[in-house]
Design a protein around this ligand. Structure first.
Ligand code: NAD
Length: 360
């Protein structure tokens, strides 16, 4: 087992250090190699995703990623900005399936902006298609013509596009995830989110998901329009089990769902390809506002390492050990500043990592 460690910018290095600490404590014999990515890679190598970093990521079984980006790079041309590294990795590794769990740990229900009874025990999984949709559809046009289309035009457009095979493969991922969750006691239900009342791509999406669903008679399927789904997520989030949706709607809904849980600093994510190779990263960004202060919450990254063990490295028991250790630390009342409340103990980034190692 070999993993590429790409800490990136901002709080990335601090939080990834803690996840590496936890992986080392498990002593699973995983080979780890680090490389620069994002703004730091641009500064040293002139590109946010240098060839050596891409090669390391491509050859590894999995990538543990921190975060990239800083406002100081906002003036760079788009192709050299740190965030391009993430898009480049998704494309090169063909990471088409993004898993974003939104889990509300019982001990943290009070940190949500919703009433605790609405979110306590929440456990939903958003499966977002990651390599299609309006973010990748051609042609694209912009009035500043960075891509050469329509110089000087006051009009801008992007093309929303999906093909049957793209929808089929993400639908299978969602139904299989629902089956695994059902085996672990969950409802066994997929909610497909689209805008089929308006968009042709969404009509195709709905038709194909419905057809794929026939192959999974043990899993219930329903469909929601995206505006209703956004509303239902804050009205009664526990009604959902697995949500499957396209790239644009998934981008927005997964951020909305993450805030239901109280802290974005708690949520892991995984992006997988068909070969079970994956990129595992916290759902949040590089948080330049708190970088270097030892106050960032490392739990999202530590839980991403658990997802990596589960999905790419076939180490379910080790994944569960990490998740149980995190629960134990929270139950003991330890909190980083973002989730701290009266009656709990505020600790720093490295102390939180140490506490998880001790709990292991
Ligand atoms: P952000 O997620 O970095 O930060 C939003 C807020 O949440 C900030 O107040 C931050 O301090 C806080 N926060 C985030 N993670 C935290 C943690 N682990 N512990 C405690 N608090 C935490 O989003 P942003 O401010 O919109 O973006 C900052 C930079 O990150 C931008 O350059 C953006 O492009 C980049 N970004 C990168 C990724 C990625 O690498 N995948 C994702 C999103 C944003």
């Amino acid at each position: 087992m070999k993993i590429a460690i790409l800490p990136g910018d901002g709080i990335g290095p601090e939080i990834v250090d803690e996840a590496v600490k936890v992986l080392e404590a498990l002593d699973l014999g995983i080979e780890m190699e680090s490389a620069l990515v994002g703004g730091v890679a641009y500064q040293v190598h002139g590109h946010p995703l240098p060839p050596a970093t891409l090669k390391l990521a491509t050859e590894a079984d999995a990538v543990l990623f921190g975060a990239v980006g800083d406002w100081k790079y906002d003036q760079l041309e788009r192709s050299l900005r740190p965030e391009q590294a993430i898009l480049g990795l998704r494309k090169s590794l063909e990471l088409f399936a993004n898993f974003r769990p939104a889990i509300c740990h019982a001990a943290l229900a009070g940190a949500s902006s919703l009433r605790p009874d609405l979110v306590a025990g929440l456990d939903i999984l958003i499966v977002r298609e990651l390599t299609g949709d309006v973010y990748f559809g051609q042609p694209r046009g912009h009035r500043t013509a960075t891509d050469g289309h329509f110089p000087g035009s006051e009009e801008a457009f992007d093309t929303m596009r999906y093909s049957r095979p793209e929808i089929e493969r993400i639908a299978h991922v969602a139904f299989e995830a629902a089956q695994k969750r059902k085996a672990a006691g969950r409802a066994g239900r997929v909610t497909s989110v689209d805008k089929a009342n308006v968009l042709e791509t969404s009509q195709l999406w709905r038709d194909v998901v419905t057809q794929v669903g026939l192959q999974y008679p043990d899993i219930a399927l329903d469909h929601l329009y995206v505006d209703n789904a956004a509303m239902q997520l804050v009205r009664s989030p526990k009604q959902f089990d697995v949500i499957v949706t396209g790239n644009l709607f998934g981008d927005i809904l997964s951020d909305e769902a993450s805030m239901l849980t109280g802290s974005i600093g708690m949520l892991p994510s995984a992006s997988m390809n068909a070969r079970r190779q994956g990129l595992f990263e916290p759902s949040h960004g590089s948080a330049p506002d708190i970088a270097g202060q030892n106050i960032a919450n490392p739990l999202a990254t530590i839980l991403s390492a658990a997802m990596m063990l589960r999905f790419s490295l076939n180490h379910e028991s080790a994944a569960q050990q990490i998740e149980a250790a995190v629960q134990k630390v929270l139950a003991r009342g330890l909190r980083t500043a973002d989730i701290h409340s009266t009656g709990t103990v505020c600790v720093g980034t490295s102390q939180m990592g140490d506490a998880v190692v001790n709990a292991l």
